[in-house]
Design a protein around this ligand. Structure first.
Ligand SMILES: *[C@@H]1O[C@H](CO)[C@@H](O)[C@H](O)[C@H]1NC(C)=O
Ligand SMILES: *[C@@H]1O[C@H](CO)[C@@H](O)[C@H](O)[C@H]1NC(C)=O
Ligand SMILES: *[C@@H]1O[C@H](CO)[C@@H](O)[C@H](O)[C@H]1NC(C)=O
Ligand SMILES: *[C@@H]1O[C@H](CO)[C@@H](O)[C@H](O)[C@H]1NC(C)=O
Length: 500
C-alpha cells in the first residue's frame, strides 16, 4: 500500500509539472523518436521478453505524458496485427498539442464517459473494473480509460499486477504490470488515447498466468476459481487476455477456458492491436484459497456452483454421491492419489490391500494419470472417497461428487495447520467431507535419516524457523504407513459412506 501511494504521488507531481510545461511552451512540439526506443522483443517471448519489458516500462515512465502521445502516434501509423510494421514506422513524428482535444474523440461518434473503480483492499488481489470507452494495447501493457468520470491527476496511471497472490512478493515479482491510464473528459485532456484497430462488443478480462508454473493446486486456486468468479457471469460473451502467457497452461486448461469464453484467448504481451472494449476487468477476484466467498461475489457464486460448472465442462456424470448399502454387496469407490518423488507412500501396495480389505474398491492414480485432467476428472468423479498425502494432486477433489469425502495424509513436521489451510479449510464449502490422518514419528522415513533427539523430531518448529521446512519436511520425507493404524482410520471413513 505504501509503495503504491508513493508511486502515485510521483505520477501526480510529474503530471502537474508537465501540465505547467505544456501551458508555457509553444504549441508545436516536435517529438523525435528513434526506432531503438521501440521494444525489440517483437513476438519472441521465448527470447527473454521480461528483460525488454522492464526496459520498456522504464522508458515509458521516464517519458511521462509524452510517452502516451508517442504511443498514440506509433499506434496510429501501425498496421493492425503486424509486429513487423511496428518496428519500421516513421522515425520522426510531430504532434500538435492544440489538436489534442479534437483527436481524443476522433474515432467515436459522441464522447462517452467512462466509469472506473478499483479495489486494492483485498489480501489476494488488486482488481479494477471499468466501463465506457476502453482501449487496450497489450504490447505496452496499457489500458486507456477514456474520459473517466472520476479522473484525478494524482492517480491518472494505476499499475496493477493481475495475479492473486498479492501477499507473496516472490510470486508477484514474476508478474507483468499492467498500467491503467485514465484521461479526463474533453476538453481538458492532454493525453491522446490510441485509436482502435479492433473493436469488441464484449467485456475484456486481463490476467497473468506467470505465477503458478505447472502446479495444479496453484492453477486452480490462483487462477481457475478466480477466473470463474470474475468471468462466468458473461456466459461466454467475454474476451480473455493473458499476460505472461504460458502456452502449456493455456493448453491444459483449454476445456475450462472454452467454457468461460467463446473467443480464443489473446496473448496480451505480443498483441500489437489496439482493442476497444465496452467494459473490462484488470485482475481477477479472489477471496480465499481454493474458494469463493458468496458474500463477496457479485453474483453470489459458490464453490458448489463452481464444481457443478466443472462437472459440465468435463461431462462428469455424478453430481451427488449416493449412500451405499453394505448388505447390497456394492462397494464404495476410493481413489488413492499416489506421489512418487517426495511424500511417497513407501508401502503403497500394503496400504491399497488394507483399503480393499476394509471394503473399498480402490483405484490407484499415479502422477501420469493425474497429469491428464479430463481423465483424472472422470476417475475422481466416479469415486466416493479420495485419499492421498498432502500435495497438489489432492486438488482433484474438485471433481468428487457432492457429499464425497477427502482424506488428507499429513506428513511429519508439525504440518497440520498449513496442510489444512490448503486442503482442509476449503472442503466444507465444496460440499465435501474432510478427514485427516497425521503420520507419527514412526511413520516417516525421516527416522532413517535423523536420530530421535534431533530437532526434526524434538522441535520441528525450529526447522520451519530456519527456513528448511520445504527441504526437510516436504521434499525430504516419504511416508511408511502403520498399516493397522491406517486401516482403523479408513474403517471409520468406510462406515461414514455406507449404510446397513
Ligand atoms: C483516484 O483518486 C480519487 C481521489 O482520491 C478517488 O476518488 C478515486 O477512486 C481514485 N481512483 C482509483 C481508480 O483508485
Ligand atoms: C473491496 O474488497 C474488500 C475485500 O474483499 C471488500 O470487503 C470490500 O467491500 C470491497 N470494496 C468495494 C467497494 O467493493
Ligand atoms: C521417496 O521415494 C522415492 C521413490 O518412491 C525416492 O525416489 C525418493 O528419493 C524418496 N525420498 C526420500 C526423501 O526418501
Ligand atoms: C451425505 O452424506 C451423509 C453421510 O454419509 C448422509 O447422511 C447424507 O444423507 C448424504 N446427503 C445426500 C444428499 O446424499
Amino acid at each position: 500500500m505504501k509503495g503504491r501511494h508513493e508511486s502515485t504521488k510521483q505520477h501526480g507531481s510529474a503530471g502537474r509539472r508537465l501540465l505547467l510545461w505544456l501551458l508555457l511552451t509553444p504549441l508545436l512540439v516536435l517529438v523525435v523518436l528513434k526506432t531503438d526506443f521501440l521494444p525489440q522483443a517483437a513476438h519472441s517471448r521465448e527470447a527473454g521478453f521480461t528483460r525488454f519489458k522492464d526496459e520498456m516500462v522504464h522508458k515509458v515512465s521516464s517519458l511521462g505524458l509524452d510517452s502516451a502521445r508517442w504511443q498514440q502516434q506509433s499506434l496510429d501509423t501501425e498496421k493492425p496485427e503486424s509486429a513487423k510494421g511496428y518496428n519500421q514506422q516513421n522515425e520522426i513524428l510531430a504532434t500538435n498539442v492544440a489538436k489534442d482535444a479534437s483527436l481524443i474523440n476522433s474515432d467515436v461518434g459522441a464522447p462517452k464517459i467512462s466509469t472506473f473503480t478499483c479495489n486494492f483492499s483485498h489480501r489476494h488481489s488488486d482488481n479494477c473494473r471499468m466501463e465506457g470507452d476502453l482501449r487496450i494495447h497489450g504490447r505496452s501493457a496499457s489500458v486507456y480509460v477514456v474520459s473517466s468520470s472520476t479522473f484525478n491527476p494524482k492517480n491518472s496511471t494505476i499499475p496493477i499486477k493481475p495475479y492473486t497472490r498479492k501477499w507473496e512478493p516472490e510470486t508477484m515479482a514474476r508478474i507483468r504490470e499492467v498500467n491503467i491510464r485514465t484521461s479526463p473528459p474533453a476538453p481538458y485532456s492532454v493525453v491522446i488515447p490510441p485509436r482502435c484497430t479492433v473493436r469488441h462488443d464484449v467485456p475484456a478480462v486481463i490476467f497473468s498466468t506467470g505465477g503458478c508454473g505447472k502446479n495444479f493446486f496453484h492453477a486452480m486456486s490462483d487462477l481457475i476459481v478466480p477466473l470463474y468468479t470474475t468471468a462466468h457471469e458473461y456466459n461466454g460473451h467475454v474476451q480473455l487476455l493473458i499476460t505472461d502467457y504460458e502456452p502449456e497452461w493455456v493448453a491444459k486448461f483449454r476445456p475450462i477456458l472454452d467454457a468461460l469464453s467463446m473467443y480464443p484467448v489473446i496473448d496480451f504481451d505480443s498483441d500489437t492491436a489496439v482493442r476497444c472494449f465496452p467494459a473490462a476487468h484488470v485482475g481477477l477476484e479472489s477471496h480465499r484459497i481454493l474458494g469463493i466467498d458468496p458474500a463477496l461475489s457479485r453474483n453470489g457464486y459458490t464453490m458448489m456452483g463452481f464444481r457443478d460448472f466443472l462437472r459440465s465442462v468435463f461431462s462428469l456424470h455424478r453430481q451427488w454421491r449416493t449412500p451405499i448399502s453394505r448388505s447390497s454387496g456394492q462397494k464404495p469407490r476410493l481413489v488413492f492419489v499416489l506421489r512418487h518423488h517426495s511424500r511417497a507412500v513407501t508401502n503403497e501396495a500394503d496400504a491399497i490391500a488394507a483399503l480393499a480389505d476394509v471394503g473399498f474398491e480402490v483405484v490407484a492414480a499415479g502422477p501420469e494419470d493425474v497429469s491428464d485432467m479430463a481423465k483424472i476428472a472422470a476417475v475422481v468423479n466416479s469415486c466416493d472417497v479420495m485419499v492421498g498425502v498432502h500435495g497438489a494432486g489432492l486438488t482433484n477433489m474438485v471433481f468428487l461428487p457432492h457429499n464425497g469425502t477427502i482424506v488428507q495424509i499429513i506428513p511429519w513436521g508439525n504440518l497440520k495447520y498449513p496442510c489444512r489451510y490448503d486442503f482442509g479449510d476449503p472442503v466444507p464449502d465444496m460440499g465435501l467431507h474432510y478427514e485427516e490422518y497425521e503420520v507419527t514419528a514412526e511413520e516417516t522415513t525421516l527416522k532413517d535419516k535423523y536420530p530421535r533427539d534431533h530437532p526434526v523430531f524434538a522441535d520441528p518448529i525450529s526447522i520451519e524457523r530456519s527456513g528448511k521446512l520445504w527441504e526437510v519436511f516436504l521434499e525430504g520425507q516419504n511416508v511408511t504407513l502403520d498399516i493397522d493404524r491406517f486401516r482403523g482410520a479408513m474403517q471409520h471413513v468406510y462406515q461414514s459412506v455406507t449404510t446397513e
